[in-house]
Design a binder for this molecule. Structure first.
Ligand code: 3BY
Ligand code: FES
Ligand code: FE
Length: 425
């Protein structure tokens, strides 16, 4: 499928791409990135082409499109996307762009439609993207088959929907998909619903948002609400892990084994990391008082005391699954120094608002945490924008997660740039 037909214009980013690859090749992997990676609109455009248009991205949850005709929209850079549930439970993904004169097609964030009808001149598409109706005067030789919606890659696993805008083959995904299905089986994610959600725009580069999430070095100074439940590390091999933590893990893992829920730390390349970790002793959920935020437990779980199943998907998602509710996070870059962070709190679909859960209570810890993280990322951005900024060293004890994220980012950028700038080497 030919998506872009701009070959008469030279790639205006060609030189920027070469410079990016060179700077990434030369950087010290245990230091923050050179300033342009956080600040410069041209480098941002390269991020959008080489990462956000080529890698798998977390888009939304299958429970957001529960029935045939339900759709969900999002925007990746300049690309509006629509995900729609069609026949046989299939979830289709398309550019949300009409093939007549290019209007955006589905305008709501979520909606339900028997067919997808363009608001401009009512061209009408089947849920699988075929063009069904194009007015009455397109001429006799008009070929309806040539004007279907442009598809994107879509994968569904464990209740998550991922998309990839790559023009050719998408990167491999099978191992992560199988792992997600396995780890999320106890939660029956198709039968959950969004209790409440938030969208915040942070005045910071998307990588600063992810870097901030990949360490808890800042937690003590910034996150009193989160530290009512969260332990600052999640691995018995972590240099900070105490004997008490190791003993707690051993006890909880015995309980989790009895419920047949996975807990092992699993890494898939550097892109994905999954692990179940205990919350503070005596605490079962990320709520202000540590008690369940929803009385109805998720899926087949019998105990609320499931710790937190943490799932990382680079470049744009981290998640916490507890016994009573789950919190999913999606990061979408808006410009070099603006990023949309969407947080969704999910509960069992039969949980009754006001009886089983109170959305205002459910969201309190992570609303506070998100706002604290927003301020940290924004101040980080302000300092980086200064002419005084130069890359600084990460702590290998506290910030290895950030080092890993940037190792993934650098490797993907260099590989993907080499794929489309032939004379790079
Ligand atoms: O996602 C988390 O749980 C936390 C928030 C702060 C640090 N990060 C690892
Ligand atoms: Fe969609 Fe005209 S642009 S029908
Ligand atoms: Fe934080």
């Amino acid at each position: 499928m030919q998506l872009i037909n701009h070959e008469r214009l030279e790639d205006p980013l060609g030189e920027t791409k070469k410079a990016c690859a060179q700077m990434l090749n030369e950087r010290d992997p245990s230091f923050t990135l050179p300033q342009p990676f956080y600040k410069d609109e041209r480098v941002f455009a390269v991020d959008m082409q080489e990462i956000f248009s080529k890698e798998w991205l977390f888009a939304g949850m299958t429970c957001e499109v529960p029935k045939k005709g339900n759709y969900l929209t999002l925007t990746v850079g300049e690309n509006p996307i629509v995900l729609v549930r069609g026949d046989k439970d299939a979830i289709h993904g398309f550019y949300n762009v009409c093939r007549h004169r290019g209007s955006k097609l589905c305008l709501q964030e979520r909606g339900k439609a028997a067919k997808l009808v363009c608001p401009y001149h009512q061209w009408t598409y089947e849920l699988d993207g075929r063009l069904l109706f194009a007015g009455s005067d397109m001429g006799e030789d008009f070929d309806m088959n040539a004007y279907g919606l442009k598809p994107i890659h879509v994968r569904v696993a464990g209740g998550f929907i991922f998309v990839c805008l790559s023009e050719g083959e998408a990167p491999s995904f099978d191992e992560f998909a199988e792992t997600l299905d396995h780890y999320l089986e106890p939660y029956d994610m198709e039968n959950t619903k969004i209790a409440v959600e938030s969208n915040i725009v942070e005045d910071a580069n998307w990588k600063l948002v992810i870097e901030n999430n990949r360490e808890c070095y800042h937690c003590n100074g910034s996150h009193p609400e989160l530290l009512n439940s969260l332990i600052e590390f999640d691995d018995t091999d972590d240099p900070r892990a105490t004997d008490d933590y190791k003993a707690l893990v051993a006890r909880k893992q015995a309980d989790w084994s009895a419920e047949s829920v996975p807990f092992e730390l699993k890494r898939i390349g550097r892109r994905n990391r999954l692990t179940r970790t205990p919350l503070l002793n005596g605490v079962v959920s990320m709520t202000m008082d540590g008690k369940p935020g929803s009385k109805k437990l998720m899926g087949r779980l019998q105990s609320p005391d499931m710790g937190s199943l943490r799932i990382l998907h680079l470049p744009n998602s981290w998640n916490h699954f507890m016994g009573d509710h789950a919190i999913v996070f999606r990061v979408l870059p808006l410009s070099a120094q603006k990023t949309l962070v969407t947080t969704k709190w999910l509960v069992h679909k039969d949980a009754v608002e006001g009886e089983d859960y109170n959305p205002d209570e459910l969201r309190r810890v992570w609303d506070a945490t998100n706002d604290q993280d927003r301020k940290l990322a924004e101040e980080n951005q302000r300092g980086i924008n200064s002419q005084a900024y130069q890359p600084g060293p990460y702590s290998k004890t506290y910030e290895f997660g950030v080092i890993d994220f940037l190792a993934w980012y650098s490797e993907q950028m260099i590989d993907n740039i080499e794929g489309d700038v032939p004379d790079l080497k």
